[in-house]
Design a protein around this ligand. Structure first.
Ligand code: 5GP
Length: 346
């Protein structure tokens, strides 16, 4: 007989943050930087913990250059060569504290990251990314990477439950990527029926990780700056974003014209588009296909960055958090049935 978990699980759309009395005068008083010491690598981090996803279209070197002045982070997609890494690091050493190299679990991936890391000692972060972080094979791969790179900070995922967060931390990961199915171009829930509402996943996984001195990334599902604040409010140490950072000058993906309007292509890492592009290289990457969409061209990513960081700062002033770190402590979620007034459209 199947078990039914009757606890209500919440998504971004199900909650709002309750405002609280505050002594903050303006959002400019809010400090969005965090310093973190990682559980296993023992390395320390200082920055604004918003991450561009390691997708072809958002995890680019161009994005890393645009993010650097803001102290934000980019998980670089796995299709750059070691030579391209060498070139990037030589020309942009200031970016190297805020980028990760990405890897799946294939032997080719391992050889590729090993070669790049050997050539570029400035690479400090490794992001191990699979659709299903629950497989034993993934845990073994993580242990192998930890053994080979004892001082690198390792992000690993994706999972959505506390027991697997613990297992990955105990197997050598520093930061666990949380999210199955919330992504804007993800079809996992449709194809497999598997998933977990993101706010509840973050609350539960953050609790498990923090109990062991680890950290988490809320990955996927942010449709607006308010969702990013909710992810931090739920206890995420980092928030990873794809769709909101797509469609810019710094994003990959072709610029096309439709009915006189400039559009950019955005696609999931297991979409047909990605698979065709990488000729079989990502076929095993995601359990189910992703979508390919055309989105309006949004110009320079700096506009979007200001919008998102301004939004989080403003959230902090509403709940009286002078630092991002305090946001989750100052968070009370209220369950809602409606978020927005759509009288004049979305
Ligand atoms: P977004 O911010 O666009 O809502 O979500 C970004 C996240 O979606 C990525 O960081 C990654 O975890 C996930 N993702 C990217 N491509 C795919 C895909 O093709 N399939 C699935 N299931 N998830 C994807």
């Amino acid at each position: 007989m199947p078990r039914i978990d009757n606890d209500i699980k919440l998504d971004f759309k199900d909650v709002l943050l309750r405002p609280k009395r505050s002594t903050l005068k303006s959002r400019s008083q809010v400090n969005l930087r965090r310093t973190i010491t990682f559980r296993n690598s023992k390395q320390s981090y200082d920055g604004v913990p918003v991450i561009a996803a390691n997708m072809d279209t958002t995890g680019t070197f161009e994005m890393a250059k645009a993010f650097q002045p803001h102290g934000m982070f980019v998980t670089i997609h796995k299709h750059y060569t070691a030579e391209e890494w060498v070139d990037f690091a030589a020309n942009n050493p200031e970016c190297m504290d805020h980028v990760a190299i990405s890897s799946g679990t294939s032997d080719t991936d391992f050889t590729k990251i090993s070669e790049a890391i050997e050539k570029v000692p400035l690479i400090k972060y490794i992001c191990l990314d699979v659709a299903n972080g629950y497989s034993e094979y993934f845990v073994d791969y993580l242990k192998k990477v930890r053994k080979s790179f004892p001082n690198h900070t390792i992000f690993a995922g994706n999972v959505v439950t506390g027991e697997m967060v613990e297992e990955l931390l105990l197997s050598g990961a520093d930061v666990i990527k949380v999210g199955i199915g919330p992504g804007s171009v993800c079809t996992t829930r449709k194809k497999t029926g598997v998933g977990y509402p993101q706010v509840s996943a973050v609350i539960e996984c953050a609790d498990a990780a923090h109990g062991l001195g680890g950290h988490i990334i809320s990955d996927g599902g942010c449709t607006c700056p308010g969702d990013v604040s909710k992810a931090f409010g739920a206890g995420a140490d980092f928030v990873m974003i794809g769709g909101l950072f797509a469609g810019h000058d710094q994003s990959g993906g072709e610029l096309i014209e439709r009915d006189g309007k400039k559009m950019k292509l955005f696609y999931g890492m297991s979409s047909t588009t990605a698979m065709e592009k990488h000729a079989g290289g990502v076929a095993e990457y995601r359990a189910s296909e992703g979508k390919t969409v055309e989105i309006p061209y949004k110009g320079d990513v700096n506009g979007t960055i200001k919008d998102i960081l301004g939004g989080i700062r403003s959230t902090c002033t509403y709940v009286g958090a002078s630092k991002l770190k305090e946001l989750s402590r100052r968070t009370t979620f209220i369950r809602v049935t409606q978020q927005l007034n759509n009288m004049f459209g979305q």
